[in-house]
Design a protein around this ligand. Structure first.
Ligand code: ADP
Length: 173
C-alpha cells in the first residue's frame, strides 16, 4: 500500500491536509493511518532532540512503524517536518515512500504562526522565550530534490491542496 511522507516547515499545512485526506479516503473505504510528528515526539520519540542525527532518527522510527502498516493494506501518511534529503531518500529506498513537499513562503508562515513558534524564533538573542532550532528560520530545511508532488499552501486553498493529494494517492494505489 501507499506510504506518503509529507515534508515542509511548521505551519505549512501537513497536519491539516493529512487529516482531510484521511477522512476522505476512509469514506471511500480505504484504511488510512496518519503518523503525526508532534504525536511521535511526545511518545515513541520523546528521547530525541533536534540535532540532525535525532531528526533523522525520528523519521526513521516513523518509517519503521509506517512500513508495518502499509504491509497490511493501510495507506500511511507521515506528517513531520522531515528536513533532510538523506532520510527522505532512505524511506524511499527502504519502503518506497512517496514525497509530498508541502511548500509555503516563510512570510505567510510568519503571518499564520498557529503555534507561536515564528514569533519566538525571530526574538532577539538571549530573550528567554527565544527558539534557536526552528526549521526554515534558524535550522536547516533541505529543499526536496525528488518530490513526487509539490503543494504551495500559500497559494492554494486547503480544499485544493487536499484534492491534489487525493488524486495523487488514487493514481498510485
Ligand atoms: P503543519 O502540520 O505543517 O505544522 P498545520 O496543518 O498545523 O501545519 O497548520 C496549517 C495552517 O495553515 C492551518 O491553520 C490551515 O488552516 C492553514 N492553511 C491555509 N491554506 C492551507 C492549505 N492550502 N493547506 C493546508 N493548510 C492551509
Amino acid at each position: 500500500m501507499v506510504l506518503l511522507q509529507m515534508t515542509g516547515l511548521s505551519g505549512a499545512g501537513k497536519t491539516t491536509i493529512s487529516g482531510h485526506v484521511k477522512e476522505h479516503l476512509q469514506q471511500l473505504d480505504y484504511k488510512v493511518e496518519l503518523i503525526d510528528g508532534d504525536v511521535f515526539r511526545r511518545t515513541l520519540c520523546k528521547d530525541l532532540g533536534f540535532s540532525k542525527e535525532d531528526r533523522c532518527e525520528n523519521i526513521r522510527r516513523m518509517g519503521f512503524v509506517a512500513d508495518l502498516l502499509t504491509r497490511n493494506d493501510i495507506i500511511v501518511i507521515i506528517a513531520a517536518i522531515n528536513p533532510y534529503d538523506e532520510i527522505r531518500q532512505e524511506l524511499k529506498d527502504n519502503y518506497g515512500a512517496k514525497t509530498i513537499w508541502v511548500n509555503c513562503a516563510i512570510e505567510t508562515l510568519k503571518q499564520r504562526d498557529t503555534k507561536g513558534l515564528y514569533r519566538r524564533a525571530f526574538l532577539p538573542e538571549n530573550h528567554p522565550e527565544k527558539i534557536n532550532n526552528l526549521t526554515g528560520v534558524n535550522d536547516i530545511f533541505e529543499i526536496p530534490q525528488n518530490a513526487d508532488l509539490v503543494l504551495d499552501t500559500g497559494q492554494e486553498s486547503v480544499a485544493q491542496s487536499v484534492q491534489k493529494v487525493i488524486n495523487f494517492i488514487l493514481q498510485t494505489v
